[in-house]
Ligand binder design. Structure first.
Ligand code: SF4
Ligand code: SF4
Length: 350
């Protein structure tokens, strides 16, 4: 495991080096002042003092809308990439062979990529669209120093300096950025910039550990032990009806969640051209489970909200051996009616 450091003042040189190898996406401000993960051209300021991005990096691997195929006069062909970089609004834009560096991903969101890998690459059917983008993506995680009150990564196996899902873990120190290669892709990255990097000294490593400890201490724990068993026993609890009463079914929680991955596939016809499109879908919508017969097995918010939590904290554990929640807190911060999934576990008790 290689550990290096680079002065903050040389970060632009590192990003320039990576730009020679592919597209570099890093934290930068959009027109409204939000810090987002977007392609940064030379000279565009990179922001390191941010909490997390509104959208998780799943949009780079599973775009909100993605053209899978086009048919012209009945003949299928691969979609031609359009100009752009495959960012959140350009699902069709990233040429599958173009390397992408995602710099500044938070540890919770990197851990979520492992859950998506399980879904799209883990079974006997691999998703080629996801696989091509994933193979060309290098994830440089930036450890958190200021967790938010909605964060609970430490209760789901993660932490502010967690390495799961990272190719490189970067930890911000007083004067430097400590860079730790976690995977072969990460080793390659550090090799490609070897002349810009110094060795990580024992004091730098100690400072990184101290910062990680301090950040973890700021995160309030949530009692999630035996979540699968507790939820199995609570399937018919009145709690679901009570807590979900105010759910609007807006879908914000699913769309912002870094592990939610349900989609629809539709064919859009325009003259002689048919576009086969994959689009995010969401279990909070009544139509999501509506059968052609008119029957709906999840007719009210109660069943739909319960399904979302059962999926993440019970079915995923039973079927895939992992929680499908990384404690990023987006669903808590962004729910328009302040529904907080942590309340379920508080109410259920240990
Ligand atoms: S964000 Fe809140 S209101 Fe919207 S679907 Fe999710 S729980 Fe319901
Ligand atoms: S369920 Fe909520 S807290 Fe958990 S990963 Fe999804 S958005 Fe984040």
């Amino acid at each position: 495991m290689t550990e290096k450091r680079i002065p903050h003042t040389d970060l632009d040189r590192l990003l320039d080096r990576l730009r020679g190898l592919g597209a570099v996406h890093a934290p930068t401000r959009d027109e409204s002042g939000d810090v987002i993960l977007a392609e940064v051209s030379p000279g565009k300021p990179v922001v390191l003092d941010y909490k997390n991005f509104p959208l998780s990096p799943k949009v780079f691997l599973l775009p909100q809308t993605q053209t899978l195929l086009r048919f012209t006069n009945g003949k299928p062909h691969e979609p031609a990439p359009v100009a752009g970089n495959g960012g959140p609004s350009q699902g069709d834009g990233r040429p599958p062979n173009r390397q992408a560096f995602l710099f500044g991903v938070r540890p919770c969101d990197a851990r979520a990529l492992l859950a998506l890998d399980e879904v799209f690459l883990g079974g006997d059917q691999r998703d080629p669209y996801y696989e091509r983008l994933r193979a060309k993506t290098v994830v440089i995680v930036l450890a958190c120093t200021r967790p938010m009150s909605s964060c609970f990564c430490t209760s789901v196996g993660g932490g502010p300096s967690d390495e799961a899902g990272a190719d490189v873990l970067a930890i911000g120190l007083e004067a430097d950025l400590l860079l730790r290669a976690i995977t072969p892709k990460g080793e390659d990255l550090l090799s490609s910039a070897a002349d810009l990097l110094g060795d990580a000294t024992p004091p730098a490593i100690e400072e990184a550990q101290e910062r990680a400890r301090k950040a973890a201490d700021q995160i309030a724990p949530v009692e999630l032990d035996r979540s699968a068993e507790r939820l199995r026993n609570a399937y018919d609890s009145p709690l679901w009806g009570i807590l979900s009463q105010k759910c609007l079914g807006c879908g914000t929680c699913s769309f912002l969640c870094p592990t939610c991955h349900c989609f629809d596939i539709t064919d859009e016809v325009r003259g002689d051209v048919v576009r086969r499109v994959r689009t995010w879908d969401c279990c909070a919508y009544p139509l999501f489970t509506l059968h052609a017969s008119g029957h709906n097995p999840r007719p009210t918010p109660k069943e739909r909200w319960r399904q979302r939590l059962m999926h993440k904290f019970r079915y995923a554990v039973e079927n895939l051996g992992r929680l499908f929640c990384v404690g990023c807190g987006r669903c808590i911060r962004n729910c328009p009616v302040s529904l907080d999934l942590r309340a379920v576990f508080r109410e259920l008790g240990a």
